[in-house]
Write a protein that binds this ligand. Structure first.
Ligand code: GAR
Length: 224
């Protein structure tokens, strides 16, 4: 672990593919952040196995005895993490915890917020019949999926899509925007002004919007 890199604490409850994207990004010595600690509220979460395989510290925090978020906060601070990344962490964070890490805690959500907050965002998008879905990296505030938006990627909803197909397409972009958002923060290029996130160097991806090629559509680009 290099002292000049931003240390990340990742909270994950499940399969951990977004965690994997962050672990993979950290393999590049030029990437300015590294996963220092992974915490899960589920002992059997594949995310814990992924972390251990990558050589990161990983720990199950038993939710049963109470004081879960006190203990999580203590572990994060003990690990010297400068940024907390929720990656499929399926618990609502209590306000005291959010205040403790204000401006230093991110989430990834599989919709273009503020559309479709909460659970099953991709299913809601399919049922609503929207043409454009996507994903969002945002700072966490005291609401559910309401915090300031750092980056978003738009993902087309194609005819015949079901929840699974759309989820898979969105996920590929989650894996791009999460490491990118962390990089921008670690490089000191992200500033919070009220509800707005300002990103220095506004060329291309610096604008916070990643528009994918629209594979298979008239006038669309290459598929991914
Ligand atoms: C991801 O799609 C993430 O956006 C979503 O859970 C999945 C976790 O997958 N999060 C939410 O819905 C939060 N409301 P992963 O464990 O493979 O990263």
């Amino acid at each position: 672990m290099s002292p000049r890199r931003l240390r990340l604490a990742v909270l994950a409850s499940g399969r951990g593919t977004n965690l994997q994207a962050l672990l993979d990004a950290g393999q590049d010595p030029d990437y300015p952040a590294e996963v220092a600690l992974v915490l899960s509220d589920r002992a059997d979460a594949p995310a814990l196995r992924r972390a251990r395989e990558a050589g990161a510290e990983a720990e199950w925090i038993d939710p049963a005895p109470g004081g879960l978020f006190e203990r999580i906060g203590g572990r994060i601070e003990g690990a010297g993490a400068g940024l907390v990344c929720c990656a499929g962490f399926m618990r609502i964070l209590p306000p005291e915890f959010v205040r403790r890490f204000a401006g230093r805690i991110l989430n990834i959500h599989p919709s273009l917020l503020p559309s479709f907050p909460g659970l099953h965002a991709q299913r809601k998008a399919v049922r609503a019949g929207v043409r454009v879905a996507g994903c969002t990296v945002h700072f966490i505030d005291e609401g559910v999926d309401t915090g300031p938006v750092v980056l978003q990627a738009a993902v087309p909803v194609l005819p015949g899509d079901d929840e699974e197909a759309l989820s898979g397409r969105i996920l590929r972009y989650e894996h791009r925007i999460y490491p990118l958002a962390v990089r921008l923060i670690a490089e000191g290029r992200v500033r919070l002004e009220g509800r707005k996130v300002l990103i220095e160097g506004t060329g291309g991806e610096g604008q916070g919007f990643i528009s994918p090629p629209l594979a298979g559509l008239p006038g669309g680009g290459e598929g991914r």
